[in-house]
Design a protein around this ligand. Structure first.
Ligand code: ZN
Length: 258
């Protein structure tokens, strides 16, 4: 993560922005399925169900096997992310933020659709990183995924870091990698400070999303869960919504603008 994309500081998470309640949106794969992006990494995600595909996003295999890297670059090249547009749910979150309500987005998604909808970069905490950036595993240099993919298109099957020649990967958290402690720390601060946490499109079966929801509730936040299927935290929630996200989220967030 580059400095200009650093998470909002703790001071900003006090919920004191012009005295209005701080709203945290915790989003998972379910918010992006209407945009044509399938669930890859959830408990029943595509990668988890296909051991061969899972290797392409597992750090150890990626680093040790050039063939895995070549296939990973082809997968990135054809990702539905590049054609995807924000849907009604992403737009609703951006509208809430624009209305002046203090909003922080904590997302398990790597598609960047919250930002494309208009939520400022510094208000989005990407727990699993971003597929729109590349990073060098050697020197840590960050670069644009679009630029790396142009090199793949031009014939480089496994483009190396242009700074040090090291192995380049997507700036996403692969299986076998740790979450960025700065992003996780900022997400914990938001969960503790928020007045409302809306968990949307996440099964709350994967850490740290699950514990962020319970942490918010323990610290007195109103917990709202919008998800197609039951989650382990439904009993803890103040409100559970089962309707399709694209229909349910816009009116729900509109009520928070008042
Ligand atoms: Zn490098």
């Amino acid at each position: 993560m580059s400095a200009e994309h650093a998470p909002a500081t703790d001071a900003e998470e006090s919920g004191e922005e012009d005295g209005r309640p701080l709203v945290a949106i915790l989003s998972g794969a379910g918010i992006s399925t209407d945009s044509g992006i399938p669930d890859y990494r959830g408990p029943r995600g595509l990668w988890r169900e296909d051991p061969d595909a899972e290797k392409l996003v597992t750090y150890g295999y990626y680093m040790s096997d050039p063939e895995i890297r070549r296939r990973s670059w082809q997968m990135r090249r054809t990702s539905p992310t590049w054609e995807a547009r924000p849907n009604a749910a992403h737009e609703a979150v951006a509208r809430l933020e624009r209305s002046g309500v203090p909003v922080r987005v904590i997302t398990q998604n790597v598609d960047g659709l919250h930002q494309l909808a208009g939520v400022p970069e510094e208000k989005v905490l990407e727990l699993h990183g971003s597929s729109r950036s590349a990073v060098c595993t050697g020197c840590g240099a960050a670069s644009s995924m679009a630029a790396a993919l142009r090199r793949v298109e031009a014939g480089e099957e496994d483009p190396a870091c242009e700074v040090c020649g090291g192995i380049l990967k997507s700036a996403t958290v692969m299986f076998g990698e740790q979450l960025d402690p700065r992003v996780l720390g900022a997400a914990v601060a938001v969960a503790k400070a928020c007045d409302v946490l809306v968990a949307v499109g996440t099964s709350l079966q994967v850490q740290p999303a699950a514990s962020l929801a319970s942490l918010a509730a323990e610290h007195g936040a109103r917990l709202v869960i919008v998800n197609a299927s039951p989650t382990p935290y439904d009993a803890l929630a103040d409100e559970v919504v089962r309707e399709p996200i694209g229909e349910a989220l816009p009116p729900l967030l509109d009520t928070l603008r008042g």
